[in-house]
Design a protein around this ligand. Structure first.
Ligand code: GLC
Length: 421
């Protein structure tokens, strides 16, 4: 039999076994660490079950760049991507382009309430919660033991311990060693880091629940001053261009005492090829000054079906499969992606593979949301002004207090034309 005939026969066989309506769904996934691989395994399992195929479209690592790509595709009404992985802060920005999943989302109330809030825009369910994120402090237990230090509870303690360990490790010959790495590039990730500094120091959440701009305050300025003090001392200058993966690279190579990152970094730090396997702990991020609190920014991702999809039914089925119980459990074990389905927090297999998921339940329950709900379509503008301002302060091009006064003025301008009804 010729090659073409054999291929045709194989294709016919496949169609017979799966029904004549097999389709190809394209799914956008993020690719941080092993996220792409974990996403593909889930999509392949669905494909096998249904006889459809899934093409994975990998997207830029930076949330800000990914949003720009999505906005371009969706504004053009392009049907290239059927299922979009979207950030918790995007439903208000992109929601109009997504199919209403209210009819299919019967189990929505079993998910973390904050994620359910995010999924609903204007009475519609525009996306299904997939995994939850919260900013966490990763630390090297072996080095805390070596230098006889505790897990820091305040930013002042973190600064001091980072300095002590950095000095010690450098003296011992590792000139590449740093105290603390995090995400300082001018992008959405910096908004999440800086919100933690500010909120943990009682400086609010940039814009409050009723839409009032609150960022121009002394506690916020003080928090930014502390962070700017890390750059070039316990944190490499290069952090000003770090996203999640650059900071993980330094930490996982064994070159940092502390790292701020999301849950996904756990599975990688603990993988067999990791130099720091078995040496890492995870804790809530430190508190600010006297009456500060532990604050981790709420992050996470949802899956949405494009209104421009030509195969919306199959795409919806894929979304329900990927966000369902079985797949969320597999992802928690394989990739330490925090489930959004509450009952999975009691699951013994998950507790075993990623103990922090159960231990830090409170951190996730009390995670600090960004003001994306109240600013709606304007959220990206607000966040961009915020991260650019913070980036100026970190790179010593602006003083915190003056920078925040300017930011307040710029946000007021956006508010006048925007979220103020
Ligand atoms: C993670 C979070 C997301 C956040 C982004 C910032 O992907 O899930 O909510 O916006 O990081 O870099």
């Amino acid at each position: 039999m010729s090659r073409t005939l054999a291929t045709l026969a194989a294709a016919a066989g496949l169609l017979l076994s799966t029904g004549a309506h097999a389709v190809e769904i394209s799914l956008s996934c993020s690719a941080l660490g092993k996220e792409y691989e974990v996403c593909k395994e889930g999509a392949d399992a669905w494909a096998q079950k249904t006889g459809n195929t899934v093409k994975i479209v990998s997207t830029p690592n930076s949330a800000t760049e990914r949003l720009a790509l999505y906005q371009q595709l969706l504004a053009a009404g392009a049907g290239d991507i059927d299922v979009f992985q979207i950030d918790v802060v995007w439903p208000g920005i992109l929601g109009e382009h997504f199919k209403d999943l209210t009819a299919e989302a019967t189990g929505l109330n079993e998910h973390i309430p904050a994620m359910v809030d995010v999924a609903r825009v204007g009475g519609k369910v525009v996306a299904m919660p997939w995994f939850a994120d919260a900013g966490l402090l990763y630390y090297r237990q072996d080095l805390l033991d070596k230098y006889n230090r505790q897990v820091p509870q305040t930013w002042a303690e973190l600064t001091e311990t980072a300095r002590i360990i950095q000095e010690g490790e450098r003296k011992a010959g590792n000139n590449d060693f740093w105290g603390y790495v995090w995400q300082g590039r001018a992008y959405e990730g910096l908004t999440t880091n800086a919100l933690e500094w500010v909120a943990s120091n009682n400086g609010g959440t940039i814009v409050n629940d009723t839409g009032e701009i609150t960022i121009d305050n002394p506690n916020a300025a003080e928090a930014l001053k502390t962070a700017a003090g890390w750059v070039g001392t316990v944190t490499p200058e290069g952090v000003l261009n770090y996203t999640e993966e650059e900071s993980r690279g330094v930490f996982q190579a064994g070159n940092a005492a502390f790292m701020r990152n999301w849950p996904y970094a756990w599975a990688l730090a603990q993988s067999d090829d990791s130099t720091i396997k078995g040496k890492v702990g995870v804790a809530p991020l430190p508190r600010g000054g006297a009456d500060g609190r532990h604050a981790g920014t709420l992050g996470g991702q949802l899956l949405a079906v494009s209104r421009y999809s030509k195969n919306a039914d199959a795409a919806t089925d894929l979304v329900m499969y990927l966000t369902g119980q079985e797949e969320q459990k597999r992802r928690a074990i394989e990739g330490s992606f925090n489930p959004t389905i509450l009952s999975l927090y009691e699951d013994a297999d998950i507790k075993k593979s990623a103990p922090f998921i159960g231990n830090l339940r409170e951190v996730f329950a009390n995670a600090v949301p960004r003001p994306s709900g109240v600013t709606g379509e304007d959220y990206n503008k607000v966040s961009t002004e915020f991260f650019n301002t913070v980036h100026q302060v970190l790179s010593k091009r602006a003083e915190p207090a003056q920078a925040l006064t300017r930011l307040d003025r710029d946000l007021k301008r956006i508010k006048r034309d925007g979220w103020q009804q």
